[in-house]
Ligand binder design. Structure first.
Ligand SMILES: *Cc1c(COP(=O)(O)O)cnc(C)c1O
Ligand code: SF4
Length: 452
């Protein structure tokens, strides 16, 4: 691949001393954040309190190139990565604030934090424990096999990220384990699982963010999948690094090896899809972000873009239309607009499904067919991945038309069904079957879903 060779040569011209190094900022070094002086003492205090409960991590690239400090607190990247007072309920906020003001013992603060977190995240182990498959009676930790063709693989029990999204519910997984031996062992288990499950066509590396791993660690996981026995397997990597640390694909110390690994995956005949998490068009507007996209595409990998719709970050049709247009013009493929799970600081971020649908439709109308490959709004709900297709009136009843994109049961795939329209519902569990929905056995609504 000549274009990627050119990339590699340019990278090599940067001496190790010149290569950019990720600098992260958390609560303990908040004072060093570039731009922090733009915040009032009250905003800083709020950040200090909230970040005891919600994970907080940002980095120099986000602060220096993505956040517009003249637009605080409304700036979308500030909202995406910096804790805000409104993310906790007033009573939770007051509780922690009082403990801090009273100089309470750390153990007492920790206990209060734990309790608030439990309330925010009723499934503290996240999705990982659901659908943990078994092989020869042994639990396959780190693998989730919910849909027939696809497994999710969480290397090393989840990874950290280059920065944290404030709405994210995956904080129990944020531990970093860059362990080569462990990686090899986990990879061997995955290979065994794939041999026993030939119906699987796609392996999705997820986390956390798999692209925080050094390339030699990532290689341990990926290389076994390039063996001839796995011909036809699609390899996907879910990552936010393209937005939070694009240097990984341009000029940091891992960039060269990363692009080489991608080259090798493609050369081995595998479809490599980088499932890129872009929340806002500004993440695609910097020179380094564009270069990252070009370098990844030059390896022969495909970039498919997905993100949740989040209030205060990307809750407008214009933002999504701009985002989709930026993706398409760089050669990326728009893929999913997600509705965020019903956990975390949801009061702050949540958006009615009706509104998400309006925003999606508004963006859809503004982009060409190349951008209409984005499907949404999509929920990872009980029956599977469910698309909110439309809101309409049928036989005098206002309904949501919903469609199963991926069913827990493969037979449900592409099934259309109907929920009673509910203007304020924010998640699938808030919905009830519509009267006209045949799934209630024609009993006129309020009954069971087809999957109950
Ligand atoms: C979204 C998702 C997938 C991938 O689904 P695609 O529609 O193939 O992108 C796989 N497993 C789980 C659990 C998912 O939520
Ligand atoms: S990058 Fe992904 S896993 Fe990490 S905090 Fe954001 S949403 Fe969560």
């Amino acid at each position: 691949m000549s274009s990627s060779l050119a990339v590699n040569i340019r990278n090599l011209r940067l001496s190790p001393a010149e290569q950019p190094v990720l600098r992260t900022f958390q609560r303990r070094n908040m004072g060093d954040i570039p731009g922090i002086d733009n915040l009032s003492a009250q905003q800083r205090r709020a950040m200090d309190i909230v970040s005891r409960v919600l994970p907080f991590k940002t980095n120099q690239y986000i602060c220096e190139e993505l956040i517009d400090w003249d637009n605080i607190p409304d700036d979308p990247m500030f909202q995406l990565t910096f804790p805000q007072e409104g993310m906790l309920s007033p009573s939770d906020f007051a509780k922690i604030a009082k403990l801090v003001d009273d100089k309470a013992a750390q153990a007492e603060i920790d206990a209060a934090v734990r309790q608030i977190r439990l309330g925010l995240n009723p499934h503290p182990s996240g999705q990982v424990d659901l659908n943990v498959p078994q092989l020869d009676g042994e639990k396959m930790e780190g693998i989730q096999h919910k849909y027939k063709e696809t497994i999710l693989f969480f290397p090393s029990k989840g990874q950290t990220c280059h920065a944290y999204c404030t709405y994210c519910f995956r904080w129990p997984q944020f531990v970093r384990l860059d362990d080569l031996k462990f990686a090899a062992k986990e990879a061997a288990a995955m290979v065994d699982y794939l041999r026993a499950h030939t119906e699987v066509t796609d392996v999705i590396f997820t986390g956390g963010d798999p692209m925080v791993m050094r390339t030699d660690v990532l290689r341990r996981y990926v290389e076994p999948l390039l063996a001839p026995e796995f011909e036809g397997l699609n390899i996907r990597i879910g990552t936010k690094s393209v937005a939070y640390w694009p240097h990984r694909f341009v000029n940091d110390k891992e960039a060269d090896d990363t692009l080489k690994l991608f080259d090798e995956i493609v050369s081995a005949g595998r479809h490599l899809a980088i499932m890129a998490h872009y929340s806002h068009p500004c993440e695609l507007e910097t020179v380094i972000a564009e270069e990252a996209v070009r370098n990844i595409l030059s390896t022969g990998a495909v970039i498919r873009c997905q993100a949740p719709i989040i209030r205060n970050v990307n809750d407008s049709s214009k933002v999504w239309a701009d985002l989709i247009r930026a993706q398409v013009s760089l050669g990326c493929v728009p893929y999913y607009m997600f509705v965020e799970r019903n956990t975390g600081p949801k009061r702050y971020f949540e958006l009615p499904l009706s509104r998400a649908l309006e925003i999606y439709s508004g963006a859809f109308r503004q982009v060409s067919g190349l951008g209409r490959t984005m499907r949404g709004p999509v929920m990872a709900a009980t029956p599977g991945k469910v698309l909110v297709e439309s809101a309409l009136e049928l036989a005098g009843e206002k309904v949501f038309a919903l469609r199963v994109l991926q069913g827990r049961n493969p037979a449900w795939g592409n099934r259309l069904f109907f929920a009673a329209y509910d203007e304020t519902a924010t998640w699938f569990d808030d919905l009830r079957p519509a009267k006209i929905d045949p799934s209630g056995g024609g009993n006129g609504g309020g009954g069971n879903w087809f999957f109950d």
